[in-house]
Write a protein that binds this ligand. Structure first.
Ligand code: ATP
Ligand code: MG
Length: 743
């Protein structure tokens, strides 16, 4: 098979570069991922490297799987043992293989971010820390941020008492995790980095092994991830100076699609990489193969509003295609109803549902859309919402499995010690926690020292876990899972619950998931080429399944084979493409998100996010917004997003009458008030409001506290006020329901 025949000139040049570090900087849909995958295949096919010497990093598990599928289609090789995955997945694999050197138990468990928050709350409580002064979420952010900067508690610079407390708690948290044998997400990376940093033999081993390192979506790597890559490339040197990196890094990325700065991603890695690796090969790809002209022009015009760009323009020879359709709805409910109509129409025209995506800025927006789709009987799948492995009943079942694997896992212990209820109360658990702390032991181990009725109940629980471990020792994974959900009493518990049917079904689905996992991972069938280090890297089916559940949550939730509409946040849509895309909720405060409006950086990141959204569409793009929307229990009156104004007239078509700009001041002040237009004759807008509030007045709201009225609209039941609540932002409120009082 000729791998190179479907590439344009620049793509061909990129795929066949000599083994030197290279940066492929290219816009959306220009074939970056295709180039990266083809390069791996080409290097193997031409004998320049073996499948074992490649390390390829992508951004999501979905993307990694896709890459392996494409590779197997191009070459007759087994991709299973290859090191292709996400940063977290690859670090997990390395830590499993060298857990002793990394100071971890072989059965270490991964805390997802909800588990981590739980562990932090527990820690604050055990140490009598005021969680109002030190909010658990802030501590969580502090810990993760420090880890992503490569800093342990002892390395963090302390500048005041408040900060000192955070640092102290960070240290206690790490000690707790070590005692319990658990790793949070950021820890996987930092621990792996430290392992390689400290252990010269291992470092040499992997540097020798991975002669080719390839990275997709490079613009969204954070500092620690970049440092980890440098370490593997052999560019060791803490201060960032690379002295003769041994292995080349082939990085592809797009600065215009950097959308994870809020999580520590550092676009500056691109220029650092160029400098530190003395990149000679900087290739730009500018032909877009994904979208028609109007869609591409809309994307180009929008992103041109950002000041800080490396600068590149995309073009296509696919023709103009259809213009971008813009729709204005009165409410979010109407927006969803319109969307359902359009989707039906697309399906009637013969398009499969999986080729249609509905994107939104925030997860909370999906509920209304889901409701409308459900009522219309259109199958859909939500990516990134409450995913299968995040549901309570599934987490309970997994906690039993985790405790069987690793009795020191206090998070798992606490989740299920009294679930289903066994009459073990909070006081008993406090006593147990004291005993555990006193003996520097896990909760599980401390049970032996408890006496009386509480001791008996706890003892029975431990006995249950012990007998489960003993009885399931040699069973296949799916039977272990089945035994656990039966013997733990979970199934019976939910069967007795009035609305527990779905949960019972989900638990059944967990057994299926375990069986599918064993099959997909090829346990039992000896995978070729897995001796020595590689064999040691393969965990037991149960350990593997538990990692999989933590790392790949959500990837398997679609009902097999069902054609479903794709719902997801814009963040989750990165790298994907669809025939038709709907971008909903284009309202100021929602998209761009209100948290971003005060800083230029924030606004530019929102614009890149919109750029990502637009460039997901191949042929048809819909953009919609609503005049009012119920979000978090509050009606919000939207002003249409500035991003709509940034799309060129020549590329768009308004499906609803476009309302002319009125008043508003500011560059993007083209907001209007259709709510009033719909509800009352125009003349009444100016009539005297009866509520008696006036602009400039101070008011108090039960939730947002004190604020100042900055604007008034409408009258009677429709009267609303815009209030600046300082830290809580500027909000539109309906006077009739907001219960404002004069302050
Ligand atoms: P993103 O920035 O969104 O991740 P990308 O640059 O990775 O996009 P790809 O996903 O690799 O782009 O490619 C976009 C689409 O264009 C894919 O459907 C791909 O198969 C197709 N494509 C890429 N190059 C070519 C080519 N030379 N000829 C035909 N189709 C191509
Ligand atoms: Mg891509």
């Amino acid at each position: 098979m000729n791998l190179l025949q479907n590439l344009n000139e620049q793509q061909l040049a990129a795929v066949t570069l000599p083994n030197q570090s290279a940066l492929i900087l290219a816009g959306a849909g220009s074939g970056k991922t295709r180039v990266l995958t083809t390069r791996i295949a080409w290097l193997i096919q031409t004998g320049q490297m073996s499948p074992q010497s490649v390390l390829a990093v992508t951004f999501t598990n979905k993307a990694a799987k896709e890459m392996m599928t494409r590779l197997s289609a191009m070459l007759p090789i087994n991709t299973r043992g290859m090191w292709i995955g996400t940063f977290h997945g690859l670090c997990n694999r390395m830590l499993r293989a060298h857990h002793r050197d990394a100071g971890l138990p072989s059965t270490f468990q991964i805390l997802d971010s909800a588990d981590q928050l739980g562990a932090i709350k527990r820690l604050l409580k055990a140490n009598n820390i005021d969680d109002e002064r030190y909010p658990p979420r802030n501590l969580q952010q502090f810990i993760n941020g420090s880890k992503e900067a490569g800093l342990r508690a002892r390395d963090v610079e302390v500048n005041d008492d408040y900060n000192r407390k955070f640092v102290e708690l960070y240290g206690i948290y790490d000690a707790q995790c070590n005692r319990e044998g658990v790793c949070d997400f950021a820890e996987l990376l930092l621990r792996c980095y430290e392992l390689l940093d400290r252990n010269e033999i291992l470092r040499q081993h992997y540097q020798d092994r991975f002669s080719h390192i390839l990275v997709d979506e490079f613009q969204d790597t954070n500092k620690l991830q970049y440092a980890w890559l440098k370490m593997l490339a052999g560019g060791h040197g803490r201060a960032g100076s690379i002295t003769g990196a041994r292995n080349a890094i082939f990085a592809v990325g797009d600065d215009d699609q950097s959308i994870y700065a809020f999580r520590g991603a550092n676009v500056g890695n691109m220029s650092d990489f160029e400098r530190e690796f003395r990149v000679q090969n900087l290739i730009k790809l500018e032909q877009n193969y994904r979208s028609v002209g109007h869609i591409l022009n809309a994307a180009n015009a929008l992103i041109a509003n950002n000041a800080r760009r490396l600068g590149k323009e995309l073009w296509t020879d696919a023709g103009e295609g259809e213009p971008v359709r813009i729709h204005e709805a009165q409410t979010d409910g109407y927006e969803a109803a319109w969307l359902v109509d359009e989707v039906r129409q697309l399906i009637t025209e013969g398009h499969v549902r999986a080729e249609i995506a509905v994107l939104y800025r925030s997860n909370a927006q999906s509920r209304v859309i889901e409701h409308a789709l459900f009522n219309a009987g259109i199958p859909y799948r939500v990516y990134g919402g409450l995913r299968f492995f995040e549901r309570a009943e599934i987490k309970h079942a997994l906690a039993y499995l985790r405790l069987i694997e690793n009795p020191s896992d206090d998070t798992a212990f606490l989740r299920i010690v009294n679930f289903p209820p066994r009459g073990i109360g909070a006081r008993t658990l406090e006593q147990l926690a004291d005993a555990a702390r006193g003996g520097n032991a896990s909760l599980y181990a401390a049970v032996g020292g408890m006496t009386g009725a509480p001791g008996a109940k706890l003892g029975a629980f431990v006995k249950l876990i012990e007998s489960l471990r003993f009885e399931t020792a040699n069973l296949p994974l799916s039977e272990i899972v089945d035994a656990v959900i039966q013997r733990s009493g979970l199934i019976q518990h939910y069967q007795a619950e009035k609305e527990g049917q779905e949960r019972v079904e989900n638990l059944g689905e967990l057994v299926n998931a375990a069986a599918a996992f064993v099959q997909e991972e090829g346990y039992g069938a000896d995978a070729p080429g897995t001796q020595g280090e590689a064999a040691a890297a393969i965990p037991s089916p149960l350990a593997g399944f538990l990692s999989h559940a933590s790392l790949e949550a959500g990837d398997n939730q679609a009902e097999a084979g069902q054609d479903a509409l794709q719902l997801m946040t814009v963040h989750a849509a990165k790298g994907l493409e669809f025939f038709a895309v709907f971008i909903t909720g284009l309202e100021e405060g929602l998209f761009p998100h209100e948290n971003s409006l005060t800083e230029l950086d924030g606004l530019e990141e929102e614009r890149r996010l919109m750029y990502v959204a637009i460039t997901r569409a191949r042929r048809r793009l819909y953009v919609s917004f609503a005049q009012s929307r119920l979000l978090h229990g509050q009606t919000r009156y939207g002003i249409k997003s500035r991003f709509l104004e940034e799309l060129p007239d020549s590329a768009v078509k308004w499906l609803t009458p476009r309302v002319a700009a009125q008043g508003g001041g500011g560059r993007f002040g083209q907001w209007h008030d259709p709510g009033v237009k719909a509800a009352a004759p125009a003349g009444s807008v100016r009539s005297q409001p009866s509520h008696g509030f006036r602009v400039g007045q101070s008011v108090r709201h039960a939730k947002f506290g004190e604020g100042v009225i900055v604007n008034l609209e409408g009258s009677g039941d429709d009267a609303r006020v815009q209030v600046n609540f300082g830290v809580h932002g500027v909000k539109w409120l309906l006077v009739a329901v907001a219960r404002l009082v004069a302050a």
